[in-house]
Design a protein around this ligand. Structure first.
Ligand code: MN
Length: 249
């Protein structure tokens, strides 16, 4: 499964959706602006394995903060949310206060409706991201997947305590630091992603079918067989999605 892929950023987007179907890869297609929601929703609705997520990317909040209204309008029909979160890297730091305001509103809205699965970006901002999750999203009101988590070990522990899952890609597993972090995460919180097209494999953009590589790498890092890793992440996805049973209040 690919818990975080920007399907609509590939030149052959509709064909890629069909490829996920053909390969039986459960894929969450994330979006960066709510303007992309209707088309993503319609393409995903016609499939068995592809889901669309309603997003407002932190790197776009500087120019698109006003799109929060549109995001809120679509929320009732979206079970999956993302890409949302915070990015404190130098290029986006000017909008950091606006990002925090938007992410807080997103979490509050998700808590109010309940049952959402939220894929969260937290570049150079794990602490602030976790602060907002802790303040605004009670664990029984929605479930967070920390995507490409690059925080510290203690921040990972804190995310675990808050009930977060982690979607892991091959780039994270390239370095010793990432491998150590992933080894420390409880196995029942680990999921896989590509973050395509922003990761590459053999000098081309990674596609959802490439999660097979992530499974192989994870099996080496965790010292488990590929079959066991596959069964583990399937069970983890099942538990992640059980959150939708939560009732709106
Ligand atoms: Mn992404």
């Amino acid at each position: 499964m690919d818990l975080h892929c920007h399907l609509d950023l590939y030149p052959d987007y509709p064909a890629l959706v069909l490829e996920c179907e053909r390969l039986n890869v459960w894929t969450l297609g994330v979006t960066t602006t709510p303007q992309a929601w209707p088309r993503n929703r319609d393409l995903a609705d016609a499939t068995k394995h592809v889901r669309a997520a309603l997003g407002l990317h932190p790197q776009l909040v500087g120019e698109r903060q006003h799109e929060l209204r549109l995001w809120e309008r679509y929320l009732p029909e979206a079970r999956y949310i993302g890409e949302v979160g915070l990015d404190a890297s130098p290029k986006y730091y000017a909008s950091f206060e606006a990002q925090k305001a938007v992410f807080r509103s997103v979490l509050q809205a998700c808590a109010a409706v309940g049952g959402r699965v939220i894929t969260v970006h937290s570049v150079r901002s794990a602490q602030a991201t976790l602060d907002l999750i802790e303040e605004e999203l009670p664990a029984d009101r929605g479930r967070v997947v920390m995507h490409w988590f690059s925080g510290s070990r203690s921040e990972a522990d804190r995310a675990v305590a808050l009930g977060c899952f982690f979607s892991v890609n091959t780039v994270m597993l390239d370095g010793e630091r990432g491998r150590r972090l992933v080894s420390a995460i409880p196995r029942d919180r680990i999921l896989t992603e590509t973050d395509g097209p922003f990761t590459a494999i053999e000098q081309r953009a990674a596609r959802p079918g490439d999660v097979a590589n992530t499974v192989a790498t994870l099996s080496r890092v965790l010292g488990a067989s590929s079959d066991d890793v596959r069964a583990m992440i399937q069970e983890n996805l099942r538990r992640l999605l059980a959150v939708s049973d939560a009732r709106p209040r």
